[in-house]
Design a protein around this ligand. Structure first.
Ligand code: SDX
Length: 437
């Protein structure tokens, strides 16, 4: 809390409000007692100006395009050595794991890779055409039916085991759902393989032919999962915190994050980006069409993969992913015309005052799909990959919320504008005047 105060005057009232100052100087006016002390509330429907918690996990400076996990700049993860498993540990436990901690966590992930047979059978009952995000949300919600000991996480050992169970199993659920959708036999996890290699093995191996993962693909998938691992109070993470504030178990809280992430304005945007790029490439649209449609207020079309609530500069993740596309494509001797389409679209948008004036730049979703496509991941699995990456962030925030000694259930207020008071009318006396509002 800083010495500085904020002054709110309303009518003849002059209200002094405390001010918090964050590590990097961000200031927040504390209105947490405003209703109790003054019967006043604030209005911020998209929570764009509202902090719902104190957090030490991730820092974003949207104007400068800065993203740091536990203080480490995201750019430092854009090298082959950091891997997703150690970044998951970093986000959840606050520091990079020692060699022993990393080995122990890896063993836990390996030991928790297999699905409970009951859950596997439940996935097999889903229609092969089920949307992968629906299958993922359902399976994560059902996990706690098979692992009831995770309903309450009373000690650190139980928590780390539950975290490992989720982080390991989400891959298996995703791969099984994909294989079912393709009419392929499921491939069980291989304990000899590391996290990403095992996922790709379960996605693409055959009973008679092991998927050969190249270092470039493994590095690229590691990087994609790392870049998606956390992003402070985004819609899905805030959802996990809201659900967790009611003391809901970690599995159900994270399953609620999957549902929020699925939205096309959030994690579902990576699918919409590819649909947009493919429409342009196949000739249905031109880049210029897209730009004009995105600017036309009478047109619901948005330039997916562009714009961000927090970044009013280039999303640092998009910068890294764009460079990674070049690296992976040249190493895999892969060519994708959609990359050229994306570059053309970016060039046009960044040169257009509509986007420049609104500080709309490419976000994490603009290039991620092109890279995933180069690895053979089908478009309808893109948001699932986002969820696999984001799970450690959801777990870290669930834990941070769970451990707040003063945690209170999150329950926003509203501005009521409905009927003042009306009487009940028996159905025999009711008539409809005009249409239902
Ligand atoms: C993710 O929060 C996170 O951290 C999310 C995320 C994470 O890691 O968790 O970073 C992941 O969700 C990235 C965003 C993926 N979504 C998309 O790419 C969908 C397209 N983008 C937009 O829908 C939009 O930019 C949002 C949803 C991302 C942000 O919306 P805001 O902050 O509510 O912005 P807004 O809608 O108020 O837009 C401000 C102006 C408006 O125009 P005006 O009313 O001022 O004239 O910018 C316009 C908007 O119409 N605008 C766009 C646009 N994005 C904003 N116009 C055309 N195309 C776009 N993409």
């Amino acid at each position: 809390m800083s010495e500085e105060k904020a002054i709110l005057t309303i009518g003849d009232k002059r209200i002094e409000l405390p001010v918090f100052v964050g590590t990097n100087g961000d200031k927040a006016v504390d209105v947490s007692k405003l209703y109790d002390d003054h019967h006043l509330i604030t209005y911020d429907p998209a929570l764009a100006n509202t902090a719902i918690c104190h957090s030490k996990i991730t820092f974003i400076d949207g104007d400068a395009g800065i993203l740091r996990y536990r203080g480490i700049p995201i750019e430092q993860f854009d090298t082959p050595s950091p891997n997703f498993v150690e970044v998951a540990w970093l986000l959840i436990f606050g520091t990079l794991p020692t060699h022993e901690e990393l080995i122990d966590f890896r063993v836990r992930l390996t030991n928790n890779a297999l699905l409970h047979e009951g859950l596997r059978q439940r996935i097999e009952l889903l229609p092969p055409s089920a949307p992968p995000m629906a299958s993922l949300s359902a399976a994560l919600s059902e996990m706690v039916c098979y692992y009831k000991n995770y309903l309450t996480l009373d000690d650190d050992e139980q928590f780390i085991e539950a975290a490992a169970r989720m982080i390991s199993t989400i891959r298996t659920i995703a791969a099984y759902s994909y294989r079912r959708s393709q009419g392929l036999p499921i491939i069980y996890p291989d304990p000899k393989l590391r996290y990403v290699a095992n996922f790709l093995h379960m996605m693409f191996s055959y009973p008679y032919l092991q998927y050969e993962i190249t270092p470039e693909v493994e590095d690229a998938m590691n990087l994609i999962l790392i870049l998606h691992a956390d992003h402070e109070q985004n819609c899905s993470t805030a959802t996990v915190r809201v659900v967790g504030s009611a003391k809901a178990n970690m599995f159900s809280s994270c399953a609620s994050g999957v549902s929020a992430l699925w939205g096309p304005l959030h994690g579902g945007a990576n699918v919409k980006v590819m649909e947009m790029l493919e429409a342009i490439y196949k000739g249905g649209l031109t880049p210029e069409h897209c730009i004009e449609a995105a600017k036309d207020k009478t047109n619901p079309f948005r330039l997916f993969g562009f714009g961000h609530r927090v970044y009013k500069n280039y999303d640092p993740r998009a910068k890294i992913l764009k460079a990674s596309c070049d690296r992976v494509f040249s190493k895999l001797k892969h060519n994708d015309p959609l990359l050229d389409v994306a570059r053309r679209l970016e060039e046009l948008a960044l040169a257009d005052s509509y986007f420049a004036d609104r500080k709309l730049y490419p976000n994490v979703d603009f290039y991620s799909g092109i890279l995933l496509r180069a690895m053979g991941i089908p478009t309808n699995m893109f948001t699932v990959i986002f969820a696999i990456g984001r799970l450690p962030g959801w777990i870290a925030h669930w834990k941070e919320q769970h451990d707040v000694p003063t945690n209170r259930i999150m329950r926003p207020r509203q501005i009521y504008e409905g009927n003042e008071i009306v009487n009940y009318i028996p159905v025999k006396d009711r008539v409809r005047v005009g249409s239902i509002q």
